[in-house]
Design a protein around this ligand. Sequence first.
Ligand code: GRF
Length: 215
Amino acid sequence: MTHRLAVLISGTGSNLQAIIDAIANRQLDARIALVISNKPGVAGLDKAAAAGIPTAVFRHLDYPDRETFDRAMARALDAVSPDTVVLAGFMRILSPWFVKRYEGRLVNIHPSLLPRYPGLNTHQRALDAGDKEHGCSIHFVNDDLDGGPIIAQYRISVDANDSERTLSERVQTAEHQLYPKVLQWRAEARLLLSATGVILDDAPLPPTGRLFPQT
Ligand code: GRF
């Protein structure tokens, strides 16, 4: 059975597009069953529609609290039985109820080398700290914001003349390579979350996850 993805977005959807392209290029053996946005009218919804993927919008402002919103999304998700729920620029914190329901099949991409810089403004914070390395991380989601077990990181070097814009562009390019790779591991049933941490090919990964680019 083809691995079924559901992708949650809030905006541009360039990671969503990278996943769509990887599927079209046969680098990723999966199907996107549903794209959900918490914001109407965002470009990511157009990208999904252009690829013929069903979309749904759940406006968080229409719900009295976080968990009620999450339960509405979960009803739509469960109707398509996703094997992996992919957070791709989804800018809402999920309730413990939602995290528990999709435990082990809920992944997020974050634009920093976690555990450095959870939260926002990661590129500027890396520049301000004078970091020589920056990048992105993909992790299983738990109740700690951007703090779940790390699956993979893509590292890039920071140049002396980098700005927030140039850095964010290179990190995004890395994101677009990394997400399809990790999702292919899921599609091949090689990647799972155990009580002790992340398991890839029957072996535990180190706390940084698998490092890219591979040397
Ligand atoms: C990415 O940089 C991702 O790391 C962060 O939000 C951004 C989403 O970009 N969580 P896009 O919508 O995929 O273009």
